[in-house]
Design a protein around this ligand. Structure first.
Ligand SMILES: [Zn+2]
Length: 381
């Protein structure tokens, strides 16, 4: 049976399941490696990232790829209905499946997973608190605020990850400002409006409040960066700052960092794209340096670095570098995986994007049993 018929078959099976999946009665203590999954995102092409001579990410290509397993030919399968885009690719990485999502609301492109994510698998299998399973998100992608747990008959909210993003910080800050009651009248109205707008961005309305640990994280963040929004770094540098502080303060076992800024190339300026790739490369240097310097992470952390999707290669298009036209290079990505237990070398055969989730699952000692793909052969020692 090829994967496509397998997919359709299991989808049919899943739709017919009425009862929730059984939950292990006694989650075990987790003693495996930490995993940091970096979405080298916003859609990047191989040409500007892993091409040895042309790369704008020299640390990734020349320092990190040789540290572990390098997969230069990771592919997003050409299936009916598969869109090579950010939310879709991210959910492919998190579920190990294609099309494992549905639209959360008709008015936006907000997708929510309909199959278990890595966060949910991990927290179902092991006794890990929510603040140690983290998703780090950008500011202007509220559509990615919904990946922490999914809908449907699978594990759900009890096994969610927590989220760190500027959106979440603003929710914390506005709540505190209103509770403190120190604002003059004109500012009070502004903050009330700001908070009302923030709250409308989650149509599920069911996202639980952050844990006390994450609330304390935001209190420290506010002490450092204040209420103005002008002091903290912006864009993908902000994601690096959130991630490094989260590693120091919250000690996540599984953390996904959703870099995104190369995507600004949609508006046509190629130098924004290559600059954004270089900024992610700098972010990788900070993340890896933070892991190498911290006894909690040093020699006990696996990095998985991979894009959400590729981009088009059409120099004749008015706006080159799009990724919605189902072109070959939009399906072409790559992965770099290194850390304890991971072999060194280049995988010279094509690997499907749906293999990433089961590979992370295998590294952490649980089964992503609804994933379509299998763990990458040859990635482990
Ligand atoms: Zn895009």
């Amino acid at each position: 049976m090829d994967r496509r018929s397998f997919t359709l078959g299991t989808l049919g099976l899943a739709a017919g399941l009425a009862a929730p999946l059984p939950v292990f009665s006694q989650p075990r203590a987790y003693t495996g490696p930490n995993v940091i999954l970096v979405r080298f995102g916003g859609g990047v092409r191989r040409a500007e990232t892993i091409d040895e001579a042309a790369t704008w990410a020299p640390f990734l290509r020349h320092s990190l790829a040789p540290r572990g397993t390098f997969i230069p030919d990771l592919r997003i399968d050409k299936l009916e209905g598969v869109n090579t885009s950010h939310a879709e690719g991210t959910l492919n990485l998190l579920t190990g499946r294609y099309l494992a999502y549905r639209e959360l609301s008709a008015v936006s492109d907000r997708l929510e997973p309909t199959e278990p994510t890595l966060f949910e698998y991990l927290r179902r299998a092991y006794d890990i608190p929510s603040h140690q399973v983290l998703l780090i998100n950008g500011e202007d992608r509220p559509q990615e605020e919904f990946f922490t747990f999914g809908a449907g008959d699978h594990f759900g909210i009890e096994f969610r990850s927590e989220m760190l993003s500027l959106h979440r910080y603003k929710l914390y800050r506005t709540a505190m400002q209103l509770a403190e009651g120190k604002l003059p009248e004109d500012q009070l109205l502004k903050v009330q409006e700001e908070r009302a707008t923030l709250l409308t961005q989650d149509p599920r309305g069911s996202t639980p409040d952050p844990s006390p640990e994450v609330t304390a994280f935001w209190a420290r963040w506010r002490q450092g960066f204040g209420d103005s929004g002008f002091k903290n770094p912006r864009g993908d540098r902000l994601l690096t700052e959130l991630s490094v502080r989260a590693m120091a303060d919250l000690k996540p076992r599984l953390m996904m960092v959703n870099y995104q800024d190369p995507d600004y190339v949609h508006w046509g300026n190629a130098s924004h794209y290559t600059r954004a790739i270089a900024i992610i490369d700098e972010g990788l240097q900070r993340l890896v340096a933070a892991a190498d310097a911290d006894p909690f992470y040093r020699d006990n952390t696996i990095f998985v670095i991979t894009p959400d999707c590729g981009r088009d290669t059409n120099p004749l298009a008015e706006l080159p570098f799009q990724h919605h036209f189902n072109s070959r290079s939009a399906h072409e990505t790559w992965a770099v995986i290194f850390g304890p237990g991971i072999g060194k070398g280049t995988v010279d055969t094509p690997v499907d994007q749906s293999a990433i989730a089961p590979t992370i699952a295998a590294a952490m000692g649980f089964a992503a049993d609804r994933a379509e793909g299998a763990a990458i052969e040859g990635a482990f020692l």
